[in-house]
Design a protein around this ligand. Structure first.
Ligand code: CO
Ligand code: ZN
Length: 333
């Protein structure tokens, strides 16, 4: 699994430019689905047909990551950038941006009023070593992601794009491990989540599942003076979402996840997140309403170049998904 994770998290894929990630996933799941298609928004939809009288289940993990887009190039060849998704200048300054054509640039910063002030986005620029607009190796409108290789930090894995390639990896692992299911399972690798759940919105509408589950990261509250007070820690198992800023999980879906975790004796925790949301919100509110929940992988330093998850939590998330899909869905309460 670690090799798959490394390949996925190091790939280039800001929102709207997920094609490299999509091709990698296509290779990883080759031969595992009955049908694979790509829709207009770029969502990769792999269907595993059920053996029996199951329901239609949609799983969703987003392929895109936060990034930047070139908004202006000055006469000396320095770039100005706009954020794609929830970019925080504090986390990115003096780091590096990589563009799709391979060009790498340093994220520099203008002089600030106060020395230790957090820079606003418009004080940042990218230095790609150009000397003029003419010799600049990137163009207006080119997109970039933050450049950082994956490292192992003890039992944890650290990378620029755990959000949400680790969810993609959990879906890939689930496809590999799932021997048989009574359900038609739609594995959706979605696009443009970071800019407003756009891929999940259209794919859920098209699939019209009976139940949907997003697999995404959530914040953890287990570091010194954490930014949010939260009862989620790394290494304590997958977090079963109760609510976030955009969704209240459908009660029977949440219970299905909890009961299964207990049955197969894996650790789990409950997640109550104040802000932010996932593809599950888009699924739940499509059509005339769809039952939905979310399996969250606890993550430190979300939306930074060093997003960190527990490898054990990842393996337990796959076990939970496989066990849930192997049996019938509970009677809907
Ligand atoms: Co995110
Ligand atoms: Zn995410």
């Amino acid at each position: 699994m670690k090799e798959t994770i490394k390949r996925l998290v190091e790939a280039f894929g800001p929102s709207g430019s997920e094609h490299q990630v999509r091709e990698l996933i296509r290779q990883e799941i080759s031969g595992l689905a009955d049908e694979v298609r790509v829709d207009t928004l770029g969502n990769l939809i792999a269907v595993k047909k059920g053996e029996g009288s199951g329901v239609k289940v949609m799983l969703s993990a987003h392929m895109d990551e936060i990034g930047v887009i070139v908004s202006y190039i000055d006469e000396k060849g320095f770039l100005r950038i706009d954020p794609i998704g929830g970019v925080r200048p504090l986390y990115e300054v003096m780091g590096r941006v990589q563009f799709e054509n391979g060009v790498v640039g340093v994220i520099g910063m203008e002089k600030l009023d106060k020395r230790d002030q957090v820079p606003p986005m418009d004080k940042l620029y990218v230095d790609v070593g150009a000397t003029s607009r003419e010799d600049c190796p990137v163009n207006l409108g080119d997109v970039g992601c933050f450049a950082r290789l994956m490292v192992e930090t003890g039992k944890h894995l650290t990378s620029k794009a755990m959000d949400d390639r680790i969810g993609c990896a959990v879906l890939v692992g689930t496809m590999r491990e799932l021997a048989s299911s009574p359900h038609d399972v739609y594995f959706v690798f979605s696009t443009q989540e970071e800019v407003g759940l756009r891929g999940a919105t259209t794919s859920a509408f098209g699939i019209e599942p009976d139940v949907g589950i997003a697999v995404d990261v959530t914040l953890s509250g287990d570091t010194p003076e954490p930014m949010v007070k939260m009862a989620v820690s790394l290494d304590k198992g997958p977090a079963i979402k109760v609510k976030d800023g955009g969704m209240l999980a459908t009660p029977w879906v949440k219970e299905w996840m909890i009961d299964t975790a207990i049955k197969i004796a894996i650790p789990y925790q409950l997640e109550v997140l104040a802000g932010g949301t996932t593809d599950a919100r888009a699924i739940q509110t499509t059509q005339a309403g769809i039952a939905a929940g979310c399996l969250s992988i606890p993550c430190r330093y979300v939306h930074s170049p060093s997003e960190t998850v527990s490898y054990d939590d990842v393996l337990n998330s796959i076990k939970l998904m496989v066990a849930m899909l192997s049996g019938p869905v509970p009677v809907k309460g």
